[in-house]
Write a protein that binds this ligand. Structure first.
Ligand SMILES: [Fe+2]
Ligand SMILES: [Fe+2]
Length: 305
C-alpha cells in the first residue's frame, strides 16, 4: 500500500485537508427494474463502491447530489441505502443525500434519513472538522425544474452568516450554470440571481451539482461549480445538434479534494477496465528513496529510442 507520507515528499503540494466523493443521479427504480428497460442502475453504484473501497481512498463523506430514485419509490431508496451505507461505514464516510427533481421528500425522509414523512424541503448543514457542507433542496414537488423558496434562501443566509474556519461547500441538484443541451434549460434552477445574492461574499468556496448527467465545471457568483455526471447514463454534450441523447456508457463519479487554498475535482470512470499501463508499488518505493535530482533523471528523462 502506498502511504501518503511517502508520496507527499515527492510533490509540491501536501495531502488534501479533506476528501469527499461526489456521486449523482443514480435514478433507481423499484424492484431492480432497469431504467428505460436498459440500464442496470444498481450495478454501476455497486461498482463505484467497489472501486472506492479497493482504492484505499478514505473519504470523509459521500455526497449524492440528487435524483437518487427515478420515481421516488420506497424500494429504490431502500436498495441504494443497502448498497451505499455498508460501504460508507467500512470507509468511515458519512453519507449526504441531496434531493433531486425525481425524488420524493417524504420518502427520502423515511427511507434514507429515518425521519418522519414531512414534505418540507430536505436541507442540512454538517461539519467535517473546519469545513461546512450544506445540502440545499432545489426540488419543486410535481415538477422537474428547480427553485429555492424565499424561506430556504433565508435559512441559507442565516447559516452562512457565521463563517467557519475552512469555508463551505454547497451541494444542490440543479446546478446554477448554463447548459446548451437541448431542453435542459427549461429544467434549470429558476431565479438564480437570488441564490447568487446570498452566496456572494460568504465563505462558500465550492458548489457541487448534478441533474445534467455530464461532468461540467463553471463559476457562479465567483464560486467554482462542479457537476458530477450520472451513474445511470451519460448525457451526450457532443450529440448531433438539436438532439438529446442519453448514452449507456461513460458513467462516472468525482473525487473532491479540499486544500487550504483550492478544491480539486477529479472524474473517475466507473467500470472494470483492463489496466494497460502503470507502475507497481515497488517501483514507486524505489523512486521515493531517490533524491529529487535523481528522481528527475530516473523518471522524467526521455527514454532513448
Ligand atoms: Fe437525473
Ligand atoms: Fe435532475
Amino acid at each position: 500500500m502506498v502511504t501518503s507520507a511517502r508520496l507527499e515528499h515527492m510533490a509540491q503540494y501536501g495531502e488534501p485537508q479533506h476528501t469527499i466523493v461526489h456521486i449523482s443521479d443514480t435514478h433507481f427504480l423499484a424492484g431492480e427494474q432497469p431504467l428505460y428497460g436498459k440500464v442496470d442502475t444498481d450495478a454501476t453504484v455497486r461498482q463505484a463502491m467497489r472501486q472506492l473501497e479497493a482504492s484505499g481512498i478514505r473519504p470523509e463523506a459521500l455526497v449524492f447530489t440528487g435524483d437518487i430514485a427515478d420515481l421516488g419509490e420506497d424500494d429504490a431508496y431502500r436498495r441504494i441505502r443497502g448498497i451505499v451505507e455498508p460501504a460508507a461505514e467500512r470507509m468511515g464516510a458519512r453519507v449526504l443525500w441531496v434531493m433531486g427533481n425525481h425524488d420524493d421528500r417524504a420518502r427520502v425522509r423515511v427511507e434514507l434519513l429515518d425521519e418522519q414523512p414531512l414534505t418540507e424541503p430536505v436541507v442540512t448543514s454538517i461539519r467535517l472538522g473546519g469545513l461546512r457542507l450544506i445540502a440545499l433542496d432545489t426540488s419543486v414537488p410535481g415538477y422537474h425544474h428547480g427553485e429555492l423558496s424565499a424561506e430556504q434562501l433565508e435559512w441559507l443566509r442565516g447559516e452562512l452568516a457565521t463563517p467557519v474556519p475552512e469555508g463551505t461547500i454547497v451541494a444542490l441538484h440543479h446546478p446554477p450554470i448554463p447548459t446548451t443541451v437541448p431542453l435542459m434549460p427549461i429544467l434549470e434552477l429558476q431565479r438564480q440571481h437570488e441564490l447568487a445574492d446570498v452566496i456572494r461574499g460568504t465563505d462558500v468556496r465550492g458548489i457541487l451539482g448534478g441533474h445534467l448527467h455530464y461532468s461540467t465545471h463553471s463559476l457562479f457568483a465567483g464560486v467554482p461549480v462542479s457537476v458530477a455526471a450520472a451513474t445511470c447514463y451519460t448525457m451526450d454534450v457532443a450529440a448531433v445538434r438539436g438532439r438529446l441523447s442519453g448514452l449507456g456508457g461513460g458513467q462516472s463519479f468525482a473525487i473532491v479534494q479540499v486544500y487550504d487554498d483550492r478544491i480539486v475535482h477529479s472524474t473517475v470512470p466507473i467500470g472494470d477496465f483492463p489496466v494497460v499501463s502503470g507502475f507497481d508499488n515497488a517501483f514507486v518505493d524505489r523512486l521515493a528513496a531517490l533524491s529529487p535530482e535523481d528522481r528527475l533523471e530516473a523518471f522524467s528523462r526521455h527514454a532513448q529510442p
